[in-house]
Ligand binder design. Structure first.
Ligand code: FAD
Ligand code: DLZ
Ligand code: SF4
Length: 518
């Protein structure tokens, strides 16, 4: 008897639970490029191209193994455009006894799939996505007895459970976390490894043509397209990262620099998220580099923490707290997303650079996302749903389960502190310390109010004043309140007035340039 195995666009792993007991003689794999999925947010062109090309390559790989794949292309005239309608259309074609699918990465899609059994009158088997190192049941168990769900404690449990960087019961090097060594700005003259895109193969070229035709107006440059679209290509990217970037990943993890969008980062998140790489093999490769003496502990520990710590933790939070999680707005943020998030057209150099990097590459590294575009959205009080939609659209690695907790929780503190013990609010001084953006900015990070004041400064103090009622009791903000109380009432009024005027027309007024080369 035939079974239909539906494989979603972010489930491109040969070891996927739904594919494990596949019987090539009887079963059919169903994959579909869908209008609904390509448009539910205005995805970056490169994100669409990455997913469609990786899907086509994955389907070709299955066929080469002798597996029957029913592949519905985006421009197939019969394509109805949604998961539900494509499954409905496939049922009379294949007359399956059941439908099998690995659980999806989005609440929205799970809701859809959970309705199918009743809708189609067929058993629908939803299998666990065991590509993650911590199952959802294990995460719930970890969370159940705790009042606060801090990532650091989850991470230590994950170190013990996985054995990564462990010596018996103790962490290698005697410490769990080496972040204090990982906060350097990029020194002049240090050049990160070059990253040259490879020419696309015929499948990718066809997808690039399709995306150029079908999505001419969505955000982002389609070319140069630098993403790997096969497991082989993703493994090559992993090897290159470990050899060339990992040794300095730790030290410059928080650095930002003009013209250096990638620095020493891995650029592996899209491959992990669509299934071309596993979290385990990526961590294993980094750990091996440490044991071989090819990368220092601060780099390897920092890297592994992002994956077995943050990545697994945000997934656990997402599935434990959805759907209510997305609806909270602890700081009552209610301003619309400024239009310059889509154009980069702002005099704030840090914002313009981060948005330009994002448009060109469908990528910005973590500190750009957190401390530039994220920090601005937090300080400005932008509606969480609009910020989340932006992050979900513009990055090649963006999927709801990972984007939402990072944006809603880590960046916007809209969950009231479940993820982050205090808001990551920072003034221009932080950006100035960690980047070279301010050097050529029309604003001055040392000035708090007045025509050349860095907007991050007056917005930062305005944020604290505005949110004092909600945040007053937060012990981690004690120093901020003391500093705020040192500002005279007249200056506080100036801050409020300038913040309000700026937020009412953000980015439209630029101060007269002081630097001759601007
Ligand atoms: P590196 O900096 O080299 O880190 C290595 C790996 O660690 C990444 O590939 C990623 O898999 C993992 N990782 C690092 N930080 C996080 C984190 N906070 N949460 C989960 N995994 C992490 N990551 C996504 O994969 N998808 C998203 O949609 C996404 N949205 C984000 C939105 C905001 C507002 C913020 C602040 C962060 C977001 N992140 C997201 C986390 C992080 O910024 C990216 O994973 C990282 O920038 C990807 O680039 P990289 O592979 O070069 O990562
Ligand atoms: C993000 C995305 C895009 C752009 N296109 C498709 C698609 O055409 N077909 C598909 O199966 N999946 C796509 N995806 C991923 C889904 O939107 C969704 O994020 C995941 O399947 C998560 O459940
Ligand atoms: Fe950004 Fe302010 Fe620095 Fe300009 S001065 S780059 S706005 S932090």
């Amino acid at each position: 008897m035939t079974r239909i195995v539906l494989v979603l666009g972010d489930q491109l792993s040969r070891g996927l639970s739904s594919l494990r007991d596949l019987d090539p003689a009887h079963d059919i794999v169903l994959m579909a490029e869908l209008a609904e999925e390509t448009t539910y947010v205005r995805h970056h062109k490169q994100k669409i191209a990455l997913i469609l090309s990786a899907m086509r390559h994955f389907a070709a790989g299955l066929r080469a193994e002798g597996i029957r794949v029913d592949y519905i292309a985006l421009d197939d005239p019969a394509n109805t455009g949604s998961f539900t309608k494509e499954v409905a259309r496939a049922i009379p074609r294949h007359r399956p006894e059941r439908i099998i699918v690995t659980e999806p990465g989005e609440w929205r899609v799970l809701q859809m799939i959970e309705g199918w059994e009743a809708q189609f009158g067929l058993p629908v088997e939803i299998r666990e996505d065991d590509r993650f190192l911590c199952s959802l049941a294990e995460f719930r168990q970890w969370a159940a007895p705790r009042k606060t769900l801090r990532m650091e404690y989850f991470y230590r449990d994950m170190r013990r459970r996985t054995g990564f960087l462990m010596q018996g019961d103790d962490p290698v090097g005697g410490q769990w976390n080496f972040d204090s060594q990982n906060r350097k700005a990029l020194p002049t003259g240090l050049r990160p490894p070059p990253r040259r895109p490879k020419p696309p193969d015929a499948i990718t070229q066809a997808v690039l043509d399709l995306v150029a035709r079908r999505f001419p107006d969505t955000f982002g440059d389609l070319l140069p397209f630098r993403w790997a679209v096969t497991r082989h290509g993703a493994l090559e990217a992993l090897d290159r990262f470990v050899a060339l970037s990992l040794p300095l990943f730790g030290e410059y993890q928080d650095a930002m620099a003009e013209g250096e969008p990638f620095l020493f980062h891995a650029l592996l998140s899209p491959y992990l998220n669509i299934g071309l790489l596993t979290a385990h093999e990526v961590c294993r490769a980094a750990e091996r580099a440490y044991h071989m003496g090819d990368a220092p502990l601060n780099a390897v520990e920092g890297f592994i923490r992002q994956i077995i710590g943050w990545r697994e933790y945000v997934r656990g939070i997402y599935w434990m707290k959805m759907p209510d999680y997305a609806r909270t707005n602890a700081l009552h943020a209610d301003r619309p997303l400024p239009w310059f998030y889509w154009t980069g057209d702002t005099a704030m150099r840090c914002m313009a650079q981060t948005i330009t990097d994002t448009r060109r590459n469908a990528y910005a590294h973590h500190i750009q996302r957190l401390m530039v575009t994220g920090n601005f959205a937090l300080l400005a009080g932008i509606r969480p749903a609009e910020v989340e939609e932006w992050y979900l659209a513009v990055y090649a690695d963006a999927f709801d389960w990972v984007e939402l907790p990072n944006t809603h929780g880590m960046v916007l503190w809209a969950d009231g502190g479940m993820l982050a013990s205090k808001p990551y609010a920072a003034s221009g001084a932080y950006i100035d310390r960690m980047s070279d953006y301010c050097r050529r900015c029309a604003y001055d990070p040392r000035i708090r109010t007045g025509p050349r004041a860095c907007p991050f400064n007056f917005l930062y103090w305005d944020f604290l004043m505005r949110n004092r009622p909600q945040l007053a009791g937060n012990p981690r903000l004690a120093l901020s309140w003391r500093n705020l109380d040192r500002i005279s009432p007249q200056e506080q009024t100036r801050i409020r007035d300038q913040a309000r005027a700026f937020l009412d027309a953000p980015g439209t007024t630029a101060p007269a340039p002081e630097h001759p080369d601007l």
